[in-house]
Structures are given as structure tokens and as C-alpha cells.
Design a protein around this ligand. Structure first.
Ligand code: GTP
Length: 498
């Protein structure tokens, strides 16, 4: 993840500081200098970093620290707050309302991912029941209309553009009018980009904005632009009234500090981030969970949201009931794997868990885990209903195993490995037997029933250690409050390390 390195460096600086026996001004300064260096190396603008350092120093009271309060937490909290402040301009962006027409204009340099992001934004809303439409007012880049058309067709989103008209203002106005008449509630206007900031680009943007009067102007920025981010974002803001920012390519290896700077420059919040080339690799951006993940503090709510998103509500109570009875079948494992794959890259999901920054979950491992799950699922596709629904471990005899191996084109030892994995998970789940399942699958009620004891039994030891043992887990559960369901935890094991 972009900024992962920054998160790792900050965590290390904090760790070093809390190892010191006495925290005096010198130790605190060393820690802050280390953090400053990390921020600068990640391309956060110098002035922002300096201000942040001053603010932290003003907030932290060394006497408090000396009195033996949890130093690491106090300082971590101060850094958390400052990073949040940097990313949160304090005023929310315009939010379109379903059923009421809004015009959203996208601006950004060429190659920033603007056209892709327009479609992602439309697709995201379409899935939630909106009626979006796309207007291609980019007449500068040959092929821009074709690209938008192709994306829109794939997502089944109406689009408007022209191969012959060269005036972007005219296209924008005609497109917006057409879709307003058709009662579309989200009209998205993609504008031209240029390789660099130029007067002609800004003039064109101004004219399109004046003619279409958008409710929101979204500035699209590539996360890898580095120190140039602040000036670029400011230049756009000075030409049109940018209301929010979308940062793209957050899946890459960029340092990403520019994104923090862009928010400061435009005084506009980041509303979404792009995490890949595909249409659904697009996430709502929330400051607190993001910073929490960055500092390796975890993001339970994001983790839970992801799971709630992919497991249909009506399946939840039934599944929970089965699990509480200890009936963990191969079919349940299959369904959980399906859910897990839907959640996206496993590392991304793991990075939402406390202590599991991307550094601890290297990229290579993710692909490996995902390939393993897919392999297991192919073998399970060759199983009969009886085998999938059975809770009798003796059922899987040699001849059945050989048949499954043949049917899926795998080796017998692969099938054995998959069955071992099933046994491992079934064992974990047997410990959850008897967990009180609330009626109607009320997740929050379930989480109240689940205590740290339950959790400690099912967490992989390495993870429990990361969290800080039983004590850490207890305080974490208290902090997180809404802990999510037993089934949710299951998702973690399927793709996790053994
Ligand atoms: N990895 C990754 N690639 C992305 C993301 N968003 C866009 N891209 C890719 O970035 C490249 C440029 O995206 P476009 O949407 O064509 O860029 P643009 O800003 O519209 O360019 P112009 O229309 O010329 O202004 C394409 O190859 C996209 O697939 C993202 O979040 N992650």
C-alpha cells in the first residue's frame, strides 16, 4: 500500500522511543526527528511536516510522560491526530443525493487516471441504485472518447460524446442537458487533461465549469507525483473551485505523501481512492481508519464493512447458526473462500487488522494465499453434495479422494492438503461451539457475546502476539467495541498464514 513505508517508519520510531527507560525532551526530539524524516522521504510537503512537528511538541506534555503514563500511546495518539488533521480539511465535501440531479466535473492532468476514475465513480453509485451517466468533454486526447465509451459500455452506463465536435464546452453542455432531460441523478463530466499544468488547460476547465455549473469539482491526482503534488493541487484549486480529491494508483509503490499535501493545498477532502485498474478497485476514503491502518493500529470497522459487503445479509443468520452448532462443513469453507476472494487482495484485508501493516504481509505471500484458495476451490468443485455437506470426517475415504484428484486434475496430496486445511478450520470452529447466536443475525449483539477468551482461542498465535497477547486483545476489543461476528473472523484464517 502507498504510504506503507511511512507507517512502518513511524511505528519503528515509536517503538525505539518506548524502549527508552526515561522519556525526556531529548528522546522525544529524536523520535520526532525520525518521524519528520520519514514524512519528508514520503514526499509530504516540508512546511506541513514542520507544522506537524511543532504541533505535536505543543500537545505533548513531558511531565505527563514522566509520570509514567503510557508514553507510546500518548505520542502515537498525538501523531494520529496530526495526520488526521492533515488529511481532514474540516469541512465535508458536497455529497450528491440519490434521485436529485447533480453534475460532477472531474479535472486532473493527463494520465492521472481521470477517465478510469469517472467510470469507477459512476459504477460505484450505480451499484447503490443511482442513475449515473458519463459525458466525455475531453477533446484534447484522441481516443479519450473511445476509452470512456468502452468503459461505460462495459459497466452499462449511458454516455455522451462526439467524434466530430471539437468544442469541449459545447459537448459538456449538450451532454449534461441530455441526461438532465432523462432524469439521471448523477451526471459525470470528464474533462481534458494535459501533460503538465498549462494556461490553456485551466482556461478550458474554467469555461466548462462556467457552462455546466457543476455541483462538485473533483480533482483526480496520481498518488505517485511526489513533491509536485502540493503545487499541482493548488494550481487546479486556483482555476476551478475544487471540492474534493480522489487519489489514484494507491495500489502502486509510490511513497504517497503527496496525497497528504494535496488535501492541504486544496483544503478539500479525499473522498475515494483508486486501488487498481479494474472498475471495482475503488474505495471510499475515511481519514481515521486510513491513518489507523497506516500506523499499524488496525481498522476493524473497515474490515467488518468489507465482510458485510460481500456476505449477503440473508445468509448470515443461517450460517452463524450452523457454526454455533459446530457443523462446519466443506461447503461452508467453500462459501467462506468465495467471500474472501470477493474481498479483494488478502493483504489489503489484512492490513485492516491491528499490527498487520503491509510490511508484515509482503506482496508475494498474498498471491500465494490467493492461489492456494483457488486451488482448493477447484478441487471442491469436483466434490459431491454429500461430501460438501457432511460433518463426518470418515466419509472422505481413499477412493473419494482419488476421484476428486482425478476430477480436478490435481495430485492426491493436494486433496489431502485441502482436507487438512478443512480439519484445521473445523477445529478452530469447534471452539466457537455454543456461542450464543442472536436471532436475525444481529452482528453487534453477537459481538457483545463474544469475549476475548473466545477470540484468543481462534486467533493464530502469531497474530495474538502481534496484538500484545491476552492483555492487548482485551483492550483492543474494548477499544473497537463492535467486534463483528465469529464468521467474520473465519474469513481471516482462510487466506492467512498457517
Ligand atoms: N494501478 C492503477 N492504475 C490505474 C488506477 N486508476 C487509473 N489507472 C490506470 O492509469 C492509466 C491512465 O488512466 P486514464 O484514466 O486513461 O487517465 P486520464 O487521466 O483520464 O488521462 P487523460 O484522459 O489523457 O487525461 C490507465 O492505464 C489506467 O488503467 C488505479 O487506481 N490503479
Amino acid at each position: 500500500m502507498v504510504l506503507a513505508q511511512l507507517g512502518g517508519s513511524i511505528s519503528r520510531a515509536l517503538q525505539q522511543m518506548s524502549n527508552a527507560t526515561i522519556i525526556d525532551e531529548k528522546v522525544l526530539n529524536e523520535c520526532l526527528n525520525e518521524i519528520t524524516r520519514a514524512l519528508l522521504q514520503s514526499d509530504v510537503q516540508f512546511k506541513l511536516v514542520r507544522d506537524m512537528q511543532t504541533n505535536i511538541k505543543n500537545i505533548i506534555n513531558l511531565d505527563d510522560l514522566a509520570a509514567g503514563h503510557n508514553k507510546r500511546r500518548i505520542i502515537q495518539q498525538a501523531i494520529f491526530n496530526e495526520l488526521c488533521k492533515m488529511l481532514d480539511p474540516g469541512k465535508p465535501s458536497f455529497t450528491p443525493k440519490k434521485g436529485k440531479t447533480s453534475v460532477i466535473m472531474f479535472v486532473g492532468l493527463q494520465g492521472s487516471g481521470k477517465t478510469t476514475t469517472c467510470t469507477k465513480y459512476a459504477y460505484y453509485h450505480q451499484k447503490k441504485g443511482w442513475k449515473p451517466a458519463l459525458v466525455c468533454a475531453d477533446t484534447f486526447r484522441a481516443g479519450a472518447f473511445d476509452q470512456l465509451k468502452q468503459n461505460a459500455t462495459k459497466a452499462k452506463i449511458p454516455f455522451y460524446g462526439s467524434y466530430t465536435e471539437s468544442d469541449p464546452v459545447k459537448i459538456a453542455v449538450d451532454g449534461v442537458d441530455t441526461f438532465k432531460k432523462d432524469n439521471h441523478d448523477l451526471i459525470i463530466v470528464d474533462t481534458s487533461g494535459r501533460h503538465k499544468q498549462e494556461a490553456s488547460l485551466f482556461e478550458e476547465m474554467r469555461q466548462v465549469a462556467e457552462a455546466t455549473n457543476p455541483d462538485l469539482v473533483v480533482f483526480v491526482m496520481d498518488s505517485s507525483i511526489g513533491q509536485a503534488a502540493f503545487d499541482q493541487a493548488q494550481a487546479f484549486k486556483q482555476s476551478v473551485s475544487v471540492g474534493s480529491v480522489i487519489v489514484t494508483k494507491m495500489d502502486g509503490h509510490a511513497k504517497g505523501g503527496g496525497a497528504l499535501s494535496a488535501v492541504a493545498a486544496t483544503k478539500s477532502p479525499v473522498i475515494f481512492i483508486g486501488t487498481g485498474e479494474h472498475m471495482d478497485e475503488f474505495e471510499v476514503f475515511d481519514v481515521k481508519p486510513f491513518v489507523s491502518r497506516l500506523l499499524g493500529m488496525g481498522d476493524w470497522s473497515g474490515f467488518m464493512d468489507k465482510i458485510q459487503e460481500v456476505v449477503p445479509m440473508d445468509q448470515q443468520p443461517e450460517l452463524l447458526q450452523k457454526l454455533s452448532e459446530g457443523n462446519f462443513t466443506l461447503r461452508i469453507m467453500y462459501e467462506q473462500f468465495q467471500n474472501l476472494l470477493k474481498m479483494g487482495p488478502i493483504g489489503q484485508v489484512f492490513s485492516m487488522l491491528p499490527g498487520f501493516s503491509q510490511e508484515l504481509m509482503p506482496q508475494g505471500r498474498e498471491k500465494e494465499s490467493q492461489a492456494k484458495i483457488k486451488r482448493y476451490m477447484t478441487m471442491m468443485d469436483s466434490m459431491t453434495n454429500e461430501e460438501l455437506d457432511s460433518t463426518n470426517p470418515k466419509l472422505m475415504n481413499e477412493s473419494r479422494i482419488m476421484r476428486i484428484a482425478r476430477g480436478s486434475g490435481r495430485q492426491v496430496r493436494d486433496v489431502m492438503e485441502m482436507l487438512e486445511e478443512y480439519k484445521r478450520l473445523a477445529k478452530i470452529w469447534s471452539k466457537m461451539k455454543g456461542l450464543k447466536i442472536p436471532k436475525k443475525g444481529d452482528m453487534s449483539a453477537l459481538s457483545r457475546n463474544m469475549n476475548a477468551q473466545h477470540m484468543s482461542k481462534v486467533l493464530p498465535p502469531q497474530m495474538l502476539k502481534q496484538i500484545g497477547g491476552m492483555g492487548g486483545l482485551q483492550s483492543l476489543m474494548k477499544q473497537m467495541g463492535n467486534m463483528g461476528s465469529a464468521k467474520d473472523m473465519m474469513g481471516m484464517f482462510g487466506g492467512g498464514d498457517k
